[in-house]
Design a protein around this ligand. Structure first.
Ligand SMILES: [Ca+2]
Ligand SMILES: [Ca+2]
Ligand SMILES: [Ca+2]
Length: 417
């Protein structure tokens, strides 16, 4: 019996020593967990913003033969990116696509033709070979500029083109019935301005956007489905989206353009800010759907940039790398702890900036030029990192992507271990 107790004492003693040794031998610092030497000018963007002007031509000059009809832009996996009414022989696309996408497909509803184009082209000619063969009914009952046969709602001038998760409704009947859609993901470390464990799973949000264009391709309504894919945070967090006008790689601050929000709430502290949820623990992994109605004919392209905030302190926010602060952010938090952001910013309507901001101009950036939030777009399911396992381990090509300044392994988020 004595021996038995002796063994237990020794075992516990060794247990203690074991633990001590383990703690001393494997001191994993935050820097080692995220040993990524990203170039100083890397903006951590997985998304390319691109403007593509399509000129409809016949015999070398612009033709109006396809005016009042529809042109659609798809990626190389048949995901509808956008659709426009052709006006004065031109369609100006402005899309955000995964940086890995190289080829896009244009589909011209009136001719039924599809042509492949390079994702990097800013100007494309579409040759309308036989105008006399174009026999379609040009009746436009609601005078929104899109002929009834292509119009998502021929009796409503504020609804001409609908792009997104409606599937086979509206204008989509014109060319393609089955439409897959891509989702925007935002993944966060929530301890900003202090470094976290770089598993980027404190909040993983998947968002799909659908939009309605009215006359002259102006955006009239945006519908959002926002789902929380993973909550690794013990903190109580809220999530908002700030609306910007987009043109190429620039974003613009708008005046007050939101006229109504259904299914979510407007953020009184952020102009054109919408709060999807104020406390993630109340939502769980249920989708939040909301609809944003806009002032008529204000802008033609948009981007919603997310902001994470502490439920008990909405001025404590976290955003993707290079996103400027919202008006609600406590500016004194910049340059505290591990943050190396600028400390000033202005939000006047009309102001433009290159998104994401980079180098010394970038907010939510550490001294090592590391992020607290990353965005990407994919039509595949993203797998959040396991608890406190760094993204560098869970996504083996992440490091290569970051250290190459975004040139290599652009689809790192589709390559989980
Ligand atoms: Ca119409
Ligand atoms: Ca209409
Ligand atoms: Ca974390």
């Amino acid at each position: 019996m004595k021996k038995f107790w002796m063994l237990i004492v020794i075992a516990s003693f060794w247990g203690c020593i074991d633990q001590t040794i383990e703690e001393e031998e494997v001191p994993v610092t935050e820097d080692e967990k995220f040993a990524v030497q990203a170039p100083a000018d890397f903006n951590w963007s997985c998304i390319t913003s691109t403007g593509i002007t399509v000129n409809f031509k016949n015999n070398g000059s612009i033709t109006n033969a396809l005016d009042n009809t529809l042109v659609e832009l798809y990626d190389d996996e048949e995901v509808l990116l956008d659709a426009l009414t052709i006006i004065d022989g031109v369609a100006e696309f402005n899309v955000r696509i995964p940086s890995s996408v190289e080829k896009l497909n244009l589909k011209v509803a009136a001719t039924g033709e599809a042509v492949q184009i390079d994702a990097g082209s800013s100007m494309v000619d579409y040759v309308v070979s036989d105008i006399s063969a174009l026999a379609f009914n040009k009746t436009d009952m609601d005078k929104d500029g899109l002929a009834d046969i292509f119009d998502a709602n021929p009796n409503n001038a504020k609804v001409a083109v609908q792009v997104g998760s409606w599937g086979a409704s509206g204008n989509l009947k014109s060319s393609q019935k089955k439409v897959t859609s891509s989702a925007s993901y935002a993944i966060f470390e929530d301890l900003w301005p202090s470094k976290g464990d770089y598993d980027f799973n404190d909040l993983v949000v998947k968002t799909t956007f659908s939009w309605t264009r009215g006359k002259s391709n102006y955006i009239e309504q945006i519908d959002v489905v926002c789902g929380v894919e993973w909550i690794g945070a013990s903190l109580e967090l809220g999530l908002g989206f700030e609306l910007f006008e987009a043109k190429g790689t620039n974003l613009y601050y708008l005046g007050e353009v939101i006229t109504n929000v259904e299914g979510a709430t407007e953020d009184d502290a952020v102009r054109n800010g919408v709060i999807a949820f104020a406390r993630v623990q109340n939502v769980g992994t249920n989708d939040v759907s909301f609809s944003v109605t806009l002032k008529d004919k204000e802008f033609k392209e948009f981007v919603f940039v997310p902001y994470l905030y502490r439920t008990n302190d909405p001025s404590h926010q976290v955003r993707p790398f290079g996103a400027p602060p919202t008006q609600a952010q406590d500016m004194d938090m910049f340059r505290s702890h591990d943050d190396a952001s600028p400390r000033t910013w202005s939000w006047e309507a009309g102001k433009k900036f290159k998104y994401p901001l980079s180098e010394d101009e970038a907010f939510y950036r550490s001294k090592e030029n590391h992020p607290w939030g990353i965005e990407f777009i994919t039509n595949k399911k993203f797998k959040p990192c396991r608890e406190s396992i760094t993204i560098v381990k869970e996504y083996p090509t992440f490091k290569n992507w970051a250290e190459s300044g975004g040139h290599d392994a652009q689809d790192w988020y589709e390559n989980h271990i």
